[in-house]
Ligand binder design. Structure first.
Ligand code: NCD
Ligand code: ZN
Length: 360
């Protein structure tokens, strides 16, 4: 008989955008009610490039959490062409930076100050390699001449492979992988290369963006690819290979910023992230491997302790609302369309980590 309840060690989200200000206040509990810790992306305006900015951002995140909440945000440094190795090393030694994020300049939201050429920041990468600080990579080239669906594969060949050769001991996470090329590359690389996989890339292929009309809520970067890639990602996620682990890339943008002439990239999947992932493991007959993907492989890769507590998911259908209305601290409304809007998901988180905070 199929399992009706699944209890696992408390999971972590190894890639999330919590934003700042009103949006931070509106979305942080979605992550904190499911995950004990999260790697928080630094692509704010302005980006987090100093230890002082990260410390202040961490305080704003903590201030936005409900009282008594034990969620731990793990901060990242935004790499630029000019960031000093000493700043990164000081932040890592002081427990402020857990990792560094490499955005190729202009690859995605708020990445204009990103890195022009990964080969040109060798001193930063040498320092990280020496101190054991992980490098998190948005792996897409940005040239207009490269088809958007090929940008991840081309990045791997042109930039990632040479970077790993130049820095053989550097811990690298290829974030939000979307292709068979990435899956195969991670599988064939040494154990210091890992990858996160989002719930949306496990559920949708590129048709979702065009089904019945233009659908901005399915537009994110890297964009979803062909069905064969989605199937390869699902196989990797449920394989039990420790180099593939959970990272939602939940990237909220207000409804008005998505549904406009030039809509923002990003899918807001945080509110039902665990339910979204567990459905995939269930469909793949791999519920017994969900805990390792969600709660074990990530902390092991980062060299952090596993969480002590547990959470329970139960097979209980729930209808996901078409949109969410959130208020910021001043009572102003924020409208967000969540991933799976209007669908019924078969699983439900029975034991949220924040008491009294319901999903949605
Ligand atoms: C992210 C965002 O909005 O910050 N958007 C996205 O589509 N994933 C940036 C990113 O991770 O690429
Ligand atoms: Zn992201």
């Amino acid at each position: 008989m199929a399992a009706e309840r699944l209890t696992i060690r408390q999971p972590d989200d190894w890639h999330v955008h919590l934003r700042d200000g009103a949006m931070l206040a509106a979305v942080v509990s979605d992550t904190a009610r499911q995950f004990a810790r999260a790697i928080v992306m630094p692509n704010l305006r302005p980006p987090i490039t100093t230890v002082a900015a990260a410390r202040a951002y961490r305080e704003r995140i903590q201030a936005a959490l409900p009282d008594g909440c034990t969620f731990t945000p793990l901060l990242t440094a935004y790499l630029t062409d000019t960031i000093a190795p000493a700043e990164i090393a000081a932040g890592f030694a002081g427990g402020v930076f857990t990792a560094c994020k490499l955005y190729p300049a202009h690859a995605t939201t708020n990445s204009a100050a990103g890195v022009s050429d990964p080969a040109a920041i060798a001193p930063v990468l040498e320092t990280m390699e020496r101190i054991g600080m992980p490098l998190l990579i948005h792996g897409e080239v940005t040239e207009a001449s490269i088809d958007i669906f090929d940008r991840e594969a081309v990045f791997i060949e042109r930039h990632l492979q040479p970077l790993l050769q130049r820095h053989p001991a550097l811990k690298v996470v290829l974030e939000h992988i979307t292709t068979t090329d990435a899956v195969d590359f991670v599988r064939s690389a040494p154990a210091n290369l890992a990858a996160t996989i989002t719930p949306h890339h496990l559920h949708i292929n590129r048709n979702a963006m065009f089904s019945g009309g233009l659908r901005p809520d399915f537009y994110c970067l890297p964009v979803a690819k062909r069905e064969l890639h989605r199937l390869a990602l699902r196989a990797a996620a449920v394989s039990g290979d420790p180099r593939f682990f959970l990272g939602t890339d939940s990237a909220p943008h207000g409804r008005a910023a998505k549904e406009t002439a030039c809509g923002c990239a990003g899918i807001f999947n945080a509110p039902w992230a665990l339910e979204s992932y567990v459905q995939v493991f269930d469909q793949e007959n791999a519920l017994d491997r969900f805990e390792a993907f969600a709660s074990v492989f990530g902390p092991r890769f980062y060299g952090l302790p596993l969480n002590e507590g547990t959470i329970t998911l139960e097979r209980e259908p729930q209808l996901i609302p078409a949109q969410l209305h959130r208020n910021d601290a001043a009572g102003r409304a924020i409208e967000l369309v969540p991933f799976h809007a209007g669908e019924t998901l078969p699983w439900r988180l029975a034991t949220p980590l924040l008491r009294g905070v319901a999903a949605g």
